[in-house]
Design a protein around this ligand. Structure first.
Ligand code: NAD
Length: 357
């Protein structure tokens, strides 16, 4: 089913409001989920809305929480998200780090106890739009761990994303936005594949015995659970561990080790390093050099039918297509959205009418 972005966003906003979210945060969260869909990251789009609603109804997400500064030491800011919407408290916290970077050249944000932050690129983009570079290390404690370490067969990590954002280096240009999970694929992509009855790419999953599999049922089926693999063998595994240490231990939010409670919903911790490139000397020279390198990368002759792209470009291409054609929503996802909306008190018919389906 293809649903237009505006009507789908209106339906998700309405559903979040019904779960006790004020209009402004509901709009921010729904817009963030829709932006993920528009950019092609359906794992982080509206398919998450039912979990948000059910977590809010179960008291695992506080829809009214705002970011609270618990400690400030120069450019170091420690923020507790109070288990509020990551999309809300994460933006509030990032704005503090951006302000610190304006003042002192760097802002170091340790954000803990937020409900799901969504697409981490949204925070990199926020810094980039303000003219700053940023680096993000995130851990995710969402229940039992889902990613096995390199050479392991049982899970030890969350899907722990990393993002590095570089502001546009030419007028009218776009940020370089590198943003991915340290798992071979995002867990949400396994879920999307399971809902759509599709296989996942090779080298992404193992079954509960440690054997490679492409069947998403090994994570979402009725049988014993397998694990996601880290991307890039020992390299991704090492980065996943670093995300636990920086995003979970340094922030104070907790890592995926057994003493950390893992029944609190979807909990993210994020260390964000926001840097003012102007503090390094000649900003124009930096921009020109970075742009020259990006241009050089893109002149590499394609090894196949697909063009050479840089980080952030695939998402912009997908967004243009989805704004034109609508957002694909698998039937199983739509059914979960309708069911969660009904839990929050909106009939299936009313929600479908808002979504225009
Ligand atoms: P992915 O594997 O699709 O990789 C995306 C990154 O690779 C982007 O920077 C993209 O621009 C770049 N890219 C893709 N194709 C490219 C190409 N052909 N050439 C150059 N660059 C290319 O992403 P993912 O690992 O599936 O993650 C999806 C989203 O999930 C991310 O936004 C991530 O932040 C989010 N996530 C969030 C959490 C959380 O706990 N909040 C956990 C895991 C993932």
């Amino acid at each position: 089913m293809l649903i237009r972005a505006e009507t789908l966003q209106a339906a998700i906003t309405r559903m979040l409001e019904a779960a006790g979210t004020a209009p402004d945060p509901a709009r921010i969260v729904a817009a963030d989920l829709l932006e993920a869909n528009l950019q092609g990251h359906d794992s982080h789009g509206v398919q998450l809305a039912p979990r948000y609603v059910l977590n809010a109804l179960a008291g695992k997400l506080d829809p009214k929480a705002n970011a609270q500064v618990v400690r400030r030491d120069g450019a170091v800011i420690v923020v507790d998200g109070g288990m509020g919407y990551g999309q809300v408290v994460g933006r509030q916290a990032m704005d503090l780090a951006i302000a610190a970077a304006k003042d002192s050249g760097v802002g170091l944000l340790a954000l803990r106890n937020t409900h799901h932050l969504g697409r981490i690129g949204a925070y990199g983009d926020r810094a980039a739009q303000a003219g700053f570079l940023s680096i993000h290390f995130v851990n995710a404690v969402t229940g039992p761990a889902v990613v096995a370490p390199w050479r392991g067969s049982t899970s030890r990590f969350g899907t722990n994303p990393i993002c590095i954002a570089v502001p546009a280096t030419k007028p009218g240009g776009h940020p370089l936005l590198l943003d991915f999970a340290t798992s071979a694929i995002a867990i949400g992509k396994v879920r999307v594949a399971h809902s759509a009855g599709k296989k996942v790419p090779e080298n992404s999953l193992i079954d509960h015995t440690g054997k490679p599999t492409t069947d998403p049922a090994s994570m979402y089926g009725a049988g014993p659970r397998g694990a996601l693999l880290p991307f890039g063998m020992h390299k991704g595994s090492g980065l996943a561990l670093v995300c636990e240490i920086l995003g979970g231990a340094l922030t104070g939010g907790g890592t995926n080790q057994p003493a950390t409670p893992n029944d609190r919903g979807i909990v993210n911790g994020m260390l964000a390093i926001v840097v003012d490139p102007a503090r390094f000397g000649d900003l124009d020279a930096f921009r020109a050099e970075a742009q020259a390198m990006i241009d050089h990368v893109k002149t590499s002759a394609p090894g196949g039918d697909e063009p050479v792209l840089v980080a952030g470009e695939p998402e912009r291409l997908t967004k243009a297509a989805r704004l034109r054609d609508g957002i694909p929503v698998p039937d199983a996802t739509w059914d979960e959205i309708l069911a969660a909306a009904a839990e929050a008190g909106i009939t299936r018919g009313d929600l479908a009418a808002i979504a225009g389906v």
